[in-house]
Structure formats: structure tokens, C-alpha cells
Ligand binder design. Structure first.
Ligand SMILES: NC(=O)c1ccc[n+]([C@@H]2O[C@H](COP(=O)([O-])OP(=O)(O)OC[C@H]3O[C@@H](n4cnc5c(N)ncnc54)[C@H](O)[C@@H]3O)[C@@H](O)[C@H]2O)c1
Ligand SMILES: O=C(O)C1=N[C@H](C(=O)O)CCC1
Length: 272
């Protein structure tokens, strides 16, 4: 039991943080060694089991990343971009695998993570579920099979607390569609339409975001042509699908060399 990889969960009180704590506690492949929250949060200093409304589990929520990461073989991080960038350097110093689910990262943020991955194992994905990662592959294949007579639109829906758009998943799907078409998403991306936008440009990949209620996460990739439409869909109804993928990544990362990885690597979905 004591040889199991020790996991630290950052942002422990969050929607994903609580889901991840539950998943680690229920797992027989890893153990919970630390939980981090931001300074000033009312969970800091409390036993995490008690903070979550149950019995004490012997793990006190901390706001000291250096001391907490020192106990970890893996840090699972679903927080916010600024926090994640800081954690990457500290996880690398602690030689802990850094599993990143945080979305809304800029190109500059990703460059910083790639720099940290020269010395550390980092697994990052905008969506850690098996279903979405399969959908990404399907999207690439369908986009490669169709020409620009088919307009590609990525439509996503999430709960009303979500702060970033397009979602990390929508961007993964858009990247896959662009790759299938042999173009760069940067050159064809069309998001945030409002007002007199002009007609749709042939070859563009469009994004639309819906925010409402408690929607966990829904994604459609629409291929629309004259006379026919194809729609690929993923619907998440339970956040455990993301936690399951993140735990898998944390365990998988234990045997990898430093580098920047994604869930395709973890799930063995990379094509030859
Ligand atoms: N990749 C995936 O599969 C996946 C799935 C779900 C959510 N997400 C992403 O995960 C992130 C979190 O989502 P959520 O719904 O759990 O959000 P949330 O707001 O419920 O939780 C975020 C938590 O991070 C904490 N936090 C922020 N800064 C911190 C810091 N410096 N130190 C410690 N803790 C800090 C907050 O206090 C909060 O508890 C978002 O970016 C979301 O898009 C990714
Ligand atoms: O709830 C969220 O926030 C989610 N974020 C990820 C994204 O941005 O795609 C994955 C789905 C849930």
C-alpha cells in the first residue's frame, strides 16, 4: 500500500478537484498525499475529508505548493492558467509528473509548459475522457475525407460557471479538423461571431459556445454541405470521465521520460 504513487490534487475544492479527490480515494493504484487550495480559501488548514462534509482522512489542505509537491509522485491540476504555469515549475523541481486539465491557456502559457517539460513529465489535454479523444480522431478522419464543400462548425455547451471559450475540447476538435484538412487552425478559425460579420468564408472552421445551468460538457462537430450534413457528437453527463483519464495519466507518467504528452499517448491512440 505505501509503495503506491502519491497524488497531490490542486484546486481541491473545485468541481474537478472534489471529483479527483474522490477518484484517488477510491483507487487501489495510487494514494492521496496532499491537497492544495489558494491562499485565503476556507478549506486551507482543514482535513480534506471534513472539508468535503465527511470523516477525516488525515490529509490537511495546504496553500504551500513547495511543501505539498515534495510528497508527490504526481500532481493533478485542474485549476486556472496562472496557477498551472506556476505549478509546472514547482512540480518539475519536485520531480513529480504534472497532469494538466486546465483550459484557457494562451500560446505563451503553452510555451512555458513545453519549457518545463524538458525536465519533467507533463501530460496535458483539454479533455481527458476516452470518448472525446476518440472523437478527436474521428473528426480528423472525416475532415480529411471531405473537401471544403463541407463547412466545419464546432458547437459546444457547458455550465454557467465556465470562464473560457471556446472550450479546451472545442479547440482540440478544431485542431483535428484543421489537421485533417491540411491547414493551420490559426488561419481558418472563426469564433465569436456577432453583428454584421459578412458571409462565412469557404474553408473556415467556426466555433460557437453555449453556457447554461449545470451542463457538464457537450460537443458537436458539424460538417454541413449543400443537401447533406454529418454531425459527430460527444455528451459528458458525469465528471468522473475526466477524473478517470487524469488518474490514468498520473500512473502512466510514472514510467515515462521527461516530455510533453497528451491523452493520445496515455491511451495508446497515436496512429503509426
Ligand atoms: N481537461 C479536462 O478533461 C477538463 C475537464 C473538466 C474541467 N477542466 C478544466 O479544469 C479547470 C477547472 O475546472 P473546474 O470546473 O473544476 O473549476 P472550479 O472553479 O470549480 O475549480 C478551480 C479550483 O482551482 C482553485 N485554484 C485557483 N487558483 C489556485 C491556486 N493558485 N492554488 C490552488 N488552487 C487554486 C480554485 O480555488 C478552485 O477551487 C478549468 O480550466 C476547466 O476548463 C478540464
Ligand atoms: O467544465 C469545464 O470547464 C470543462 N472543461 C473542459 C473544456 O474546456 O473542454 C472539458 C469539459 C468540461
Amino acid at each position: 500500500m505505501t509503495d503506491l504513487p502519491g497524488i497531490v490534487i490542486t484546486g481541491g475544492s473545485g468541481r474537478m478537484g472534489q471529483m479527483l479527490i474522490g477518484a484517488v480515494q477510491a483507487s487501489d493504484t495510487c494514494k492521496l498525499v496532499g491537497v492544495l487550495e489558494r491562499t485565503g480559501h476556507d478549506w486551507v488548514g482543514q482535513d480534506v475529508g471534513v472539508a468535503m462534509g465527511g470523516a477525516a482522512v488525515g490529509v490537511i489542505v495546504s496553500d504551500d505548493a513547495v511543501a505539498t509537491f515534495a510528497k508527490a509522485q504526481a500532481v493533478i491540476d485542474f485549476t486556472a492558467p496562472a496557477a498551472t504555469i506556476g505549478f509546472a515549475e514547482l512540480a518539475a523541481q519536485a520531480r513529480a509528473v504534472h497532469v494538466i486539465g486546465t483550459t484557457g491557456l494562451t500560446e505563451d502559457d503553452i510555451a512555458k509548459l513545453d519549457a518545463a517539460a524538458r525536465h519533467a513529465v507533463i501530460v496535458r489535454a483539454g479533455n481527458m475522457s476516452l470518448g472525446v479523444n476518440l472523437l478527436v480522431q474521428l473528426t480528423k478522419k472525416v475532415a480529411a475525407a471531405l473537401d471544403e464543400d463541407f463547412d466545419i462548425e464546432v458547437i459546444e455547451a457547458h455550465h454557467h460557471h465556465k470562464v473560457d471559450a471556446p472550450s479546451g475540447t472545442a479547440l482540440m476538435l478544431g485542431e483535428a479538423a484543421a489537421e485533417g484538412r491540411g491547414v493551420s487552425l490559426k488561419d481558418v478559425s472563426d469564433s465569436g461571431r456577432d453583428g454584421i460579420t459578412g458571409a462565412r468564408q469557404r474553408g473556415d472552421i467556426g466555433f460557437s459556445a453555449i453556457r447554461g445551468g449545470d451542463i457538464v460538457g457537450e460537443h458537436d462537430v458539424l460538417f454541413a454541405a449543400a443537401g447533406e450534413r454529418i454531425k459527430l457528437t460527444h455528451i459528458a453527463t458525469d465528471r468522473t470521465i475526466f477524473a478517470r483519464g487524469a488518474l490514468k495519466a498520473a500512473i502512466w507518467g510514472q514510467t515515462q521520460k521527461p516530455g510533453a504528452y497528451d491523452m493520445f499517448d496515455v491511451l495508446g491512440l497515436n496512429e503509426e
